[in-house]
Design a protein around this ligand. Structure first.
Ligand SMILES: Cc1cc2nc3c(=O)[nH]c(=O)nc-3n(C[C@H](O)[C@H](O)[C@H](O)COP(=O)(O)O)c2cc1C
Length: 352
């Protein structure tokens, strides 16, 4: 049963961070709904050595400390990404730091990588290590790290063997200077060091994806595509939140500093995704994130080049039943377009 419609009025009057904390607590207590039906075969996809039952994942930031990955998988998600986690625990920016913009179905956050650090996440992932399901770890750097790249290398070393894949997050707008790592020379050094930090005793090295911002110009996107292909990154996640405020006509909180997510991010992040698919020639898998509110939105990302999709903000507005609706929507659109498998639709709208 979907209890979300009953709790939504309450959830929308309490402070968003408190509502989120209560949601995580409820999920930890096993109060989340469970989807038992198996996914249609058409939604399955094989990428970087992993089989995804469906392409819909929970984006990073929802479960920063790895408290509820199994509850997210039980909702019917095809994969769950925990983090961003930094080596040392960090309290982040002063509250309030998450703002709902209901008129726009959007969120602005300036959390600043608040998280419990590597050791706590490692303990939780060790406790669930024999469970099925794809759980990726999104790694970051502490705000005052002397060598930020070393923080990413540490993330790889600590979680290799526990993470199904890694996401290197260099695109949060809330850690000053972090996004400068997206510049070509810096990025090349970072990616080379991160990939070299992986264990070499595994049949297949753990896949590493890079998560980028939507606020990049053509030249920057081109540089990232070149580095990704030359260094052998396994995939790109497009995108993080935006510092732009296009599409926000008015309303409370529209002027808050931070990263904007939800519906107003859709067009921009999908445009960057399409461009990245073109620049990489479809040679590496892309994960489409940003403003997915429906099955149609998810399907548009797939046709623009995404092999997987992730979402966060829409869940806070629509509740957990959204996951099933999105999957049904994608399956219906695939069938209507005559595609037997998801992979056939990936990039269908992009001329290479
Ligand atoms: C409250 C909040 C916290 C987030 N924290 C992280 C984070 O720690 N790491 C990260 O890579 N992305 C983080 N994100 C970005 C999301 O993973 C996602 O890229 C972005 O919200 C766009 O997707 P959406 O429009 O479906 O929310 C966060 C987003 C929100 C709203």
């Amino acid at each position: 049963m979907d209890l979300f419609p009953l709790v939504r009025p309450f959830a929308s009057i309490v402070d968003p961070e408190t509502a989120h904390r209560l949601t995580i607590r409820a999920l930890r207590m096993g109060l989340g709904p469970s989807q038992h039906a198996s996914d249609p075969v058409s939604l399955g996809i094989d990428l970087f050595g992993l089989h995804f039952e469906n392409p819909v994942g929970i984006a990073a930031g929802f479960d920063k400390n790895g408290e509820v990955p199994d509850a997210m998988l039980a909702l019917g998600m095809g994969f769950a990404e925990v983090g961003t986690v930094t080596p040392l625990p960090q309290s982040g920016n002063p509250r309030p730091r998450i703002f709902r913009l209901p008129v726009h179905r959007a969120v602005i956050n300036r959390l600043g990588f608040n998280n419990e650090g590597h050791a706590v996440l490692k303990r939780r992932l060790l406790a669930r290590r024999r469970r099925p399901g794809i759980v990726g770890v999104n790694i970051g750097a502490n705000k005052d790290a002397a060598d930020r790249v070393a923080d990413y290398e540490a993330g790889i070393r600590v979680f290799d063997g526990l993470a199904a894949y890694f996401t290197v997050n260099i695109s949060s707008p809330n850690t000053p200077g972090l996004r400068a790592l997206q510049n070509k020379a810096e990025l090349q050094g970072l990616v080379a060091r991160v990939l070299a930090a992986r264990r070499t005793d595994r049949v297949r090295p753990t896949p590493v994806l890079l998560k980028i911002a939507p606020d990049l110009n053509e030249e920057e996107l081109n540089d990232i595509a070149e580095v990704a292909l030359a260094e052998g990154l396994d995939g790109l996640i497009v995108s993080n939140t935006t510092i732009a405020r296009e599409g926000l006509v008015s309303g409370v909180h529209a002027g808050e500093t931070g990263g904007l997510s939800g519906a107003p991010l859709f067009t921009m992040s999908t445009g960057v995704l399409r461009e990245m698919y073109r620049l990489t020639g479809g040679r590496i898998p892309l994960v489409g994130v940003g403003g997915i509110m429906s099955g149609d939105d998810a399907y548009a990302k797939i046709r623009a080049g995404a092999s997987l999709v992730q979402l966060y903000s829409a869940l806070t507005y629509e509740g957990p039943a959204l996951v099933s609706r999105i999957k049904q929507g994608i399956a219906a659109r695939l069938a209507a377009d005559g595609f037997a498998h998801l992979k056939d639709a990936v990039g269908a709208d992009v001329e290479l």
